[in-house]
Design a protein around this ligand. Structure first.
Ligand SMILES: Cc1cc2nc3c(=O)[nH]c(=O)nc-3n(C[C@H](O)[C@H](O)[C@H](O)COP(=O)(O)OP(=O)(O)OC[C@H]3O[C@@H](n4cnc5c(N)ncnc54)[C@H](O)[C@@H]3O)c2cc1C
Length: 238
């Protein structure tokens, strides 16, 4: 479901809290009650996507659609000796450009898991960086301390470990999916039959005990920066 967006008539409620009004005119079947939740699929910030694309070692041409395929390891066993394994389409994300995948479908801001750090360590050319990544991926205490202090986005991890080479296939297959964010519906359908209202606190904070880079909440910042009328992919959860 996708709605055009109306910005609030009387925003902001405070410096960092905004009222979002979604136009639901085209959604005739839509029913909701105050207190239901709206799940919103946001986009990642363009600057972060661009910085990540600049680190990809084998970027496909900008307009090329990429379709992820994974090897069906069981197929050669099923088909018998000597037969080649088949490749199956990965349905995690639809066919799209790498930029679209990083903008709309993949989580590029949550700190990488120890498993992903382990994969990065294999792709690291610098020995010191590799050893540090191995430690972080294997030592739970050090990993938690690093994650808590830096809370690094993927781009920041690649800045901390500049010798990691990043194939596009790794990003497409290993990054977690960008999750919808939920917001409590604060309007009543009887009073506003063609609108859904949300009250959203815009998240931003400095990492590293306020001395590190400024981080922006993915969805709240995306909502804050949308232009009136922009579509908002979303769904109602009762
Ligand atoms: C059922 C439900 C209803 C909700 N209703 C509302 C609502 O009505 N209005 C509303 O505004 N929100 C609501 N939320 C929260 C909302 O879903 C999002 O989590 C919130 O907007 C942040 O999302 P984001 O994508 O902007 O930030 P994200 O990119 O998801 O970043 C948020 C994360 O940043 C980190 N973080 C945040 N602040 C700091 C800090 N100071 N220091 C270090 N790390 C920090 C934390 O890890 C946090 O989880 C609701 C959540 C749920 C589950």
């Amino acid at each position: 479901m996708s709605f055009p967006l109306f910005r609030g008539l009387f925003r902001p409620l405070s410096r960092s809290t905004i009222l979002i009004k979604l136009n639901t005119e085209d959604q005739h079947e839509l029913r909701y009650s105050p207190g239901d939740h709206l799940g919103i699929f946001p986009c990642n910030r363009e600057e972060l996507v661009q910085a990540l694309l600049e680190r990809v070692e084998d970027p496909p041409p900008a307009n090329d659609t990429v379709q992820v395929e994974t090897m069906d390891k069981d197929s050669s066993r099923r088909l018998g000796a000597g037969r080649k394994a088949t490749w199956v389409s990965d349905t995690r994300i639809p066919p799209c450009t790498l930029r679209q995948a990083l903008t709309n479908y993949l989580d590029i801001t949550t700190p990488p898991t120890p498993q992903l750090l382990q994969l990065f360590s294999v792709l690291c050319e610098d020995l010191e960086e590799r050893l540090r990544l191995e430690t972080l991926s294997q030592d739970a205490r050090q990993y938690e301390e690093w994650k808590w202090f830096r809370c690094p986005t993927l781009v920041e991890v690649l800045e901390e470990f500049p010798s990691i080479s990043v194939p596009s296939s790794l990003l497409l297959t290993q990054l977690p999916l960008l999750q919808p964010r939920y917001y409590s519906i604060s309007s009543c359908q009887e009073a506003y039959p063609n609108q859904i209202h949300l009250t959203v606190a815009v998240v931003s904070y400095h990492t590293q005990e306020n001395k590190g880079p400024l981080h922006y909440g993915v969805c709240s910042t995306w909502l804050d920066q949308l232009t009136p009328g922009a579509p908002v992919p979303c769904f109602v959860r009762g």
